[in-house]
Design a protein around this ligand. Structure first.
Ligand SMILES: Nc1ncnc2c1ncn2[C@@H]1O[C@H](COP(=O)(O)OP(=O)(O)OP(=O)(O)O)[C@@H](O)[C@H]1O
Length: 948
């Protein structure tokens, strides 16, 4: 319906656009002229790229303006560049226009279209999102657009999406622009696809976007804005249009990206100590960009990952091929940008554009000449991805373009990075003969150059000064002298425009300025005379843009894989398997192991549905965070096609990754930290599902121990229910006790060596069960210089409290039954794995025998325990001391009568403690009782589940 409402006036516009784009470069002018009544005001802003921000006035519709004008951060200058580059994720500065629209409903459907003006690429996406728009925001964060176009009506009254967008602006480098609804037109979007997509892609894209109405409308809005608002147009068959389904990638929210330091180090934004920094050994800008976007949205398609692993394996095992590829990739410039500049038509070309066009053609020539070495480097490749890149680089794709270039450009013209060299290359780029007067102009250029250099050499002799000849694009030729060379002399008056730069003095002469002008005029003449030939060449090359962009993509992919290969060959990494089980042998934290001086201790990880919720306990600094972070990082690495730091690794495909990590190392986290962590956790709980992974560190630290524990338990319960794979690092030992019997829960701890009474040695080794060492606080205190008598007193108090608080949790029938059930389920899971296993027969049968033995031993023990309970045998060896008697009396009747904070015990413990830390004593007792309460609830719950 909406498309019908906007179609009439809009399709006229598109028809006009079609007439133009199908034609030639000049077409853009005629089209723009056709809408002068709308764009007139923007003419002066042609190069600004920010039509609304300068004035806040809409000249397209009279209806849109930057909505965030009142926000200081959006009050930007009217130029599109340079961008601040301060986005949270440190994204590269690129000019990206995004249009967004949605269908409102319980689960909103959001259409997005990103048009990148630097790389000539349009990415369409349509997302079924939740009420928090988490996926939409994720996409926006990944692309970090310059400008987000929103349907004007969404701003008043503000839609939920609009408010969320505004809130997320701080994490992006974007401004919001409102645009009239009529620009969101499906027909116009489809027309654009028909006109602008490369011929070979049109049908595939149309199929991919069919049914994705909102995404297509957004493409129309973004392209229309670029045309009318920014005065830039994409000619016929020049845009790479892609549809990116949101299901194809892992969703990672912003706080997870930050917490895991995926693309930026938390403490030092410029540091390379982040996953991107670790993996980025790419040699081309395209490769680097591809890597970054992969890290932020890892793949979920097993087949594609498989082809990446194959390619990486091949590159990392064939040394010669690897070095040849790296060598071949080294000289590539930013081809995406070059190709895009070749297709983007400036509305009113300036002399600078004309000059840049020659530069672009020279860069294109260099690009085409670099493709063959890549093809040759890949000779003998076997993996499908490397073969595909090789085919893309074959002469059949490159020769047609190379022949076109060679017809116009001199054979020995090459790209040069130094401005003077590049100017010379530009001057001699076009073959003589294309214009009779070109050679005359070149002669003038040459003579002017000789005169200028002669003038400099004369000056040097006349004034007896070792003058250095320098050149830059603004001053052109100028002279430089080391300050010391002037000694006691003053600079002769002939030298003007004098600047002091550190130890150097820079200047010119009036004659040199004249020479500069003469050279510049001659150069301009050459460029203008070359222009026609250059523009014709560009037009002819555009026919081949599709294959050139594909080659460029292939090279980016090769670069990324070669970058991985560089890492995996220098470190000890392993190819991951993709399966239903997460199993890692001797896994390491990829960044920690690189940056820390001491040896990194590897650890194992094993998680299935039966072991999906893993509680990690251990004392401070024992390595809990490092362990759980390493799991998330290795998962990301595996899902971008990289190998992982382990001896063996297998991963299930994870579709959503969450990390809630306390970034505040201060143990006494405050209330605002607590509020933030609760917000983040609520976000996780709302979105987590059975295909998610979550790592949670130190939850509930910012509140009282009891509340913290209660919250941690409630959240843990919800996470267990979600069936996600969760690692939950905590200081709450009671959490481990309470959750222990819950199906799917595993307790792990970080081992410490406490053989020495006064020392605590971290072993950084993960072991099963919850942590037992309880006095690590005191041991750590001994390391710092606290007075001995204070420590002795603290030890005495601690021992008293411990005795008071320690009562053995009576093994109830429910607990034993739950344990037996868990054992059975574990056995079943192992047997299913054995059925699908690819182990050798002999190994398998040995493994099954071990499994059987272990099962029988454990089951017999449990049955024995059950029998004892049934016969009413209650052992209670550890209960001692009169103060515990009261606890027992208070709890002995039935489990359901246990009440938090049994007062009798508290009074006793206070006396023992001599009034010291009495509040803590109260709390400790309360927790112990609370734990037991919860344990009872827990068992009731698991019994009811098992009954079901
Ligand atoms: N596997 C390991 N091998 C070697 N060193 C390690 C390992 N894991 C952690 N470490 C070292 O121990 C330090 C503390 O690790 P981490 O922050 O993971 O501990 P934690 O238990 O989470 O601490 P806290 O409870 O105080 O947050 C790290 O900075 C690192 O230097």
């Amino acid at each position: 319906m909406a498309s019908k409402r906007v179609s009439s006036s809009y399709s006229d516009t598109v028809t006009a656009a079609r007439g133009r784009t199908a034609g030639s470069v000049s077409g853009s002018t005629s089209y723009s002229a056709g809408v002068t009544h709308r764009t007139g005001a923007s003419r002066t802003g042609t190069t600004t790229g920010r039509p609304t921000s300068a004035t806040g006035q809409d000249y397209l519709t009279g209806q849109y303006a930057t909505t965030t004008a009142s926000r200081p951060r959006t009050a930007r200058p009217g130029t599109a560049r340079p961008r601040t580059g301060v986005s949270t994720l440190g994204a590269e500065n690129q000019e990206i226009v995004c249009a967004i629209s949605e269908s409102r409903g319980i689960s909103p459907i959001v259409g997005l279209s990103f048009v990148n003006l630097d790389t000539g690429e349009a990415v369409l996406s349509q997302i079924s999102d939740s009420q928090t728009y988490v996926r939409t925001i994720h996409k926006l964060l990944v692309f970090n657009p310059t400008n987000i176009l929103v349907v004007a009506s969404a701003a008043s009254p503000k839609s939920k999406l609009f408010s969320i967008l505004e809130d997320s602006l701080d994490d992006m480098d974007s401004i919001i622009t409102l645009l009239d609804r009529r620009y969101w037109s499906e027909n116009a979007g489809l027309d654009y696809i028909q006109q602008l997509a490369f011929a070979e892609d049109v049908e595939a894209i149309k199929t991919a976007v069919s049914g994705n109405y909102y995404a297509v409308c957004c493409l129309a809005a973004a392209l229309k804005y670029i045309e009318l608002g920014m005065s830039k147009t994409f000619p016929y068959r020049s845009l790479r249009i892609k549809y990116e389904p949101s299901e194809g990638s892992m969703m990672i929210d912003l706080s997870t990206m930050k917490a895991l330091e995926l693309v930026q180090n938390l403490t030092k934004a410029k540091s390379k100590d982040c996953l991107f920094g670790l993996l980025n050994a790419t040699q081309t800008p395209m490769g680097g960009r591809l890597l970054r976007s992969n890290i932020l949205q890892p793949l979920t398609d097993r087949d594609t990952l498989g082809t990446r692993y194959d390619a990486l394996e091949e590159l990392s095992t064939k040394e010669e091929m690897f070095f040849a590829v790296r060598q071949a990739l080294k000289p590539f410039l930013d081809v995406d940008r070059i190709l895009t500049q070749l297709i983007l038509v400036p509305a009113q070309p300036s002399l600078r554009d004309t000059e840049q066009a020659v530069n672009n053609v020279i860069m294109l020539k260099q690009f085409t000449s670099l493709i063959r070495p890549v093809f040759e480097a890949l000779l003998g490749s076997r993996s499908s991805m490397l073969l595909e890149v090789r085919n893309l680089c074959s002469s059949e794709n490159v020769d047609p373009v190379q022949n076109l270039v060679n017809e116009v450009i001199n054979e020995d013209t090459t790209y040069a990075s130094q401005p003077l060299d590049l100017r010379n290359q530009r001057t001699y780029a076009v073959r003589s003969g294309v214009n009779g007067l070109l050679d005359v102009a070149r002669q003038t250029y040459k003579e002017a150059m000789i005169d200028a250099l002669q003038h400099i050499s004369d000056l040097s002799e006349e004034h007896d000064l070792p003058l250095q000849t320098k050149f830059d694009n603004t001053r052109q030729f100028y002279l430089r002298l080391h300050a010391e060379d002037l000694a006691q002399r003053t600079l002769p008056a002939i030298f003007i425009n004098v600047y002091r730069k550190k130890d150097n003095v820079e200047f010119q002469t009036l004659d040199l300025l004249k020479h500069n002008q003469k050279i510049s005029d001659a150069h301009t003449e050459v460029i203008l005379m070359s222009d026609k030939a250059v523009q014709e060449l560009i037009l002819a090359v555009r026919e081949h843009m599709g294959s050139l962009f594909k080659i460029c993509e292939g090279i980016a992919m090769l670069d990324m894989i070669a970058s991985f290969a560089q890492l995996v060959t220098s470190q000890d990494y392993v190819r991951p398997q993709l399966s239903d089980t997460l199993a890692i042998r001797a896994g390491r934290h990829p960044i920690r192991e690189k940056i820390q001086d001491t040896n990194f201790i590897p650890n194992d990880v094993y998680a299935t549905q039966q072991k999906r919720f893993q509680i990690i306990t251990g004392c401070n600094m024992s390595g809990k965070s490092t362990y759980i972070r390493s799991i998330a990082m290795m998962t990301v690495m595996a899902q971008i096609g990289c190998f992982v730091p382990a001896q063996y690794a297998s991963f299930p495909v994870i579709r959503q990754l969450f990390a809630r990590i306390s970034l505040d190392d201060n143990i006494e986290a405050n209330a605002s930290t607590f509020a933030a962590e609760m917000r983040e956790t609520a976000f996780i709980l709302r979105n987590v599902d059975g295909q998610s992974m979550a790592i949670i560190d130190e939850l509930g630290r910012g509140t009282s121990t009891r509340d913290g524990l209660a919250i941690a338990i409630a959240i843990a319960e919800a996470l267990v229910e979600s069936r996600a794979l969760v690692w939950f690092a905590t200081h709450f030992r009671d959490l481990a006790t309470i959750m222990a019997e819950r199906n799917g829960v595993v307790n792990l701890h970080l081992v410490i060596n406490n053989a020495d009474q006064d020392r605590l040695e971290m072993l950084y080794r993960v072991s099963s069960g919850a942590v037992e060492e309880e006095h690590y606080g005191l041991k750590l205190a001994k390391v710092v210089p606290l007075p001995t008598d204070v420590i002795e007193y603290a030890e005495m108090v601690s021992a008293t409290l411990e005795r008071a608080g320690k009562k053995k949790a009576r093994a109830s029938l429910a607990v034993v039954v739950a344990r037996k059930r868990k054992l059975m389920l574990n056995l079943k899971e192992h047997l299913v794995q054995a059925k699908d296993s690819q182990m050798a027969d002999a190994d398998l049968s040995q493994w099954l025998r071990d499994l059987q033995r272990e099962f029988v031993v454990r089951m017999s023990a449990l049955e024995e325990e059950e029998r004892e309970i049934r016969e009413g045998v209650v052992r209670d060896e550890e209960m001692e001391g009169s103060e515990l008697q009261s606890v027992r009396e208070g709890t002995a009747e039935t489990e359901s009568t246990i009440r938090p904070g049994t007062r009798g015990s508290v009074v006793e413990s206070r006396e023992h403690a001599g009034g010291f830390v009495e509040d803590e004593a109260v709390e400790r007792m309360e927790i112990d009782s609370t734990s037991e309460d919860m344990l009872t609830v827990q068992h009731t719950r698991s019994e009811s589940i098992s009954a079901r």
